[in-house]
Design a protein around this ligand. Structure first.
Ligand code: CA
Length: 376
């Protein structure tokens, strides 16, 4: 708006100057009336529009996650006053969802939106920038990434793919998942077929379960038909939209496996370098705003949908027993140590993560934890 007003003003000023020149009026205080000033060129150059494609791992306009990608594109379009136009493609519209990373790496698209744990097969260290079982929550992840050295490590991890990563959203603490049998001891995970991706899936395997990979669109049917016994997804708002309450009875918390999952955008390095400096800053700042937006959406909506499912749909809310959590935490530690054992970059990232978490936990004892304990 301000830019438009400024442009209008400049345009008007330009016209006034030209009119003054044409009429022979002298502008300023010069006494020498030799010749009328020549009409000036318009002060504003015509806008040059740069067009980018954003490929995503989500179905088009998928609640919160896909909407976050839409939001990011909209922010860039508006903040750049239309000079950088980003067109969003849902998973499968331009390239399949899990080919988004390669598409941006190779320059087929200039920008992508997803979650870093999808790329664990290409770079094991990537998992630490999405979700770590018993790792940092949203506040901790943002603090580690933006102010604790995490971004430099993430950039190092993606550099060989010609990509620049940026945090672009966070789900907050996820739920533990949907089950059709109660989890009373760690033994109850034995033989359990659960849809749970990434490091969390490896932890389940250590507990004797089987981690099944299902694409988002297949989970509901697989749970209904008994192909899987349980699934995790995100949190109450997203899970309500997926309808899991219709096919599973128990809803467990907390999401020990994804305590603050980071969504990402990744930008092709050459495309970014080709932008003028102000548009580079627009991309970075819009992504920070989108990161904030997604966390706030999740935090604002989750409790409403949780209550709705419990009171209207008969969902039974259950907390994982303490001894189950202790066992899962031990298995998680083993999984993480095994993950970094053969990959120096993962080891470096894990060490930074652990050191940051140690300090974050110590500070939270006298800040967040102490504060929440005031409410009993
Ligand atoms: Ca999840």
């Amino acid at each position: 708006m301000e830019q438009n007003s400024r442009r209008d003003f400049l345009k008007t000023a330009g016209v006034a100057t030209a009119a003054a020149a044409a009429s022979g009026l002298v502008i300023g205080c010069s006494q020498e009336k030799t010749e009328a000033p020549k009409p000036q060129a318009p002060a504003v150059q015509p806008k040059k529009t740069i067009e980018w494609k954003m490929v995503t791992t989500w179905p088009p306009h998928f609640p919160i996650l896909g909407e976050g990608a839409d939001k990011l594109a909209e922010l860039i379009n508006v903040m750049s006053d239309g000079r950088l136009k980003v067109q969003v493609y849902g998973g499968g519209e331009l390239v399949p969802p899990l080919e988004a990373f390669d598409a941006v790496s190779q320059g087929t698209a200039q920008m992508g939106h997803g979650a870093a744990y999808y790329w664990a097969g290409k770079a094991p260290a990537a998992q630490f920038f999405a979700a770590v079982p018993f790792g940092l929550n949203a506040q901790g992840m943002n603090a580690w990434l933006y102010s604790g050295g995490g971004m430099a490590l993430w950039e190092e991890t993606y550099a060989k793919f010609n990509l620049i990563p940026m945090p672009a959203g966070n789900t907050g603490v996820q739920m533990g998942g949907w089950f059709n049998r109660e989890i009373k001891s760690i033994e109850d995970f034995k033989g359990l077929k659960m849809r749970i991706p990434g490091l969390g899936g490896k932890v389940l395997a250590k507990a004797g379960g089987t981690a099944i990979l299902s694409a988002g669109g297949e989970i509901y049917t697989n749970l209904e038909r008994g192909v899987i016994d349980a699934t995790e997804w995100v949190g109450p708002y997203n899970d309500y939209k997926m309808g899991f309450y219709k096919v599973a009875k128990y809803y467990y918390y907390p999401g020990w496996h994804e305590p603050g999952t980071v969504l990402e955008s990744f930008v092709n390095k050459d495309a970014f370098a080709a932008l003028p400096k102000d548009l580079q800053e627009v991309v970075r700042t819009a992504t920070i705003a989108a990161n904030m937006w997604m966390l706030c959406e999740s935090e604002a909506k989750n409790n409403f949908y949780l209550n709705k499912m419990v009171t209207e749909e008969g969902v039974q809310l259950k907390k994982f027993p303490d001894d189950v959590v202790v066992a899962l935490r031990q298995y998680s530690k083993e999984v993480l140590e095994e993950t970094v054992a053969n990959d120096p970059l993962s080891k470096k990232v894990y060490e930074s993560f652990l050191a940051f978490q140690k300090n974050a936990l110590a500070w939270s004892k006298i800040s967040e934890e102490a504060y929440y304990s005031l409410f009993g």
